[in-house]
Design a protein around this ligand. Sequence first.
Ligand SMILES: [Zn+2]
Ligand SMILES: [Zn+2]
Length: 390
Amino acid sequence: MSRNKKDFYDVLGVSRSASEDDIKKAYRKLALQYHPDRNPGNKESEEKFKEITEAYEVIGDPDKRARYDQFGHDAFMGGAGGGFGGGFGGVDLEEALRTFMGAFGGGGGGGGGIFDSFFGGGFDDRGRGGAVPGSDIRYDLEIEFEEAAFGGAREIEIPKLCECSSCGGEGAEPGTKRVTCKSCGGRGQVSSSAGFINILRTCGKCGGIGSVIQNPCKKCRGEGRIHLKKKISVKVPAGVETGSRLRITGAGEDGARGGHAGDLYVVIHVKAHELFERHGDDILCEMPVSFATAALGGSVDVPTLEGMTALKIPEGTQSGKIFRLKSKGIANIKGYGRGDQLVRVALETPMNLSAEQKQLLAKFAELSGEKHHPICRSFLEKAKKWFGPK
Ligand SMILES: [Zn+2]
Ligand SMILES: [Zn+2]
């Protein structure tokens, strides 16, 4: 479900580098616009209001924003809490309103973020056995327009925590073993008494594992993992667009002491193209055509993603006319063939005319009656009708 979730920055219409203040302003503006009080009974704006409030709850908070920047929506998934998406689905309008009031009520009010319960738990689930799972990693990859159209392979290098090759992720110097924690006697928990109440706490010495490393691995200082740069090849499927996320299972940070590795999320950013504009799977290209060619008809060379191709311009082609080149667009990401290329004619008025050219054009104008300019004529007729007879 998080896959289809809209990017929180997009929801608020701010850039990823927006300041805290900008985000607040953007939210305030949208919130006022979609506030249920202003749109009574309007389901759509109610949904929109929830959406922007949800986005602001995260990226309006520096800590949550940092987490979101790194992991996207997945920062709030998984773990014992039942997940972020499901959690928010249950938030009703009243709660969203409360949040709204909190955000504007001078900062004081705000009865605890809806999100608090979704954070915290589940993220760092150091298990009983001391296994530490690897974190997910987000990597932003910029690709060329053509790579998005046809797909390709990329090798990326990412800095991440990798399993220490010396101790195999255990953290103990090779040849040595962990020893029972003296502090808790191997139970992983210690009790302390306050009055007549006994409180059990996780042992601080061993972190609840029950054993400690006596001789830490020299290479990783007992952490079991070290920072390395790892090369990973990424297959970019044809048809991706800016914001597409590729998940590479297990390519995130390695776990320690038997913990599983995290996943790598590659977020695609497609560079703009000088000639083509993307519209879904179609691409649009503006094609300058000379006045004479448009009037007399002819052929022009049109750039496509695969090179130049000839396009027939019929006699009397108007500026703005769109020609469609079938299946010359971008491959559909789900494999439903390719989009088309649209070629929009942009008439170029001749410039820097010589005296002779000017003469000929003047002569041309003299010979041209209304019959040769039906669009001008019908426009004038409409205009006359509008103002009435003089
Ligand atoms: Zn080591
Ligand atoms: Zn202990």
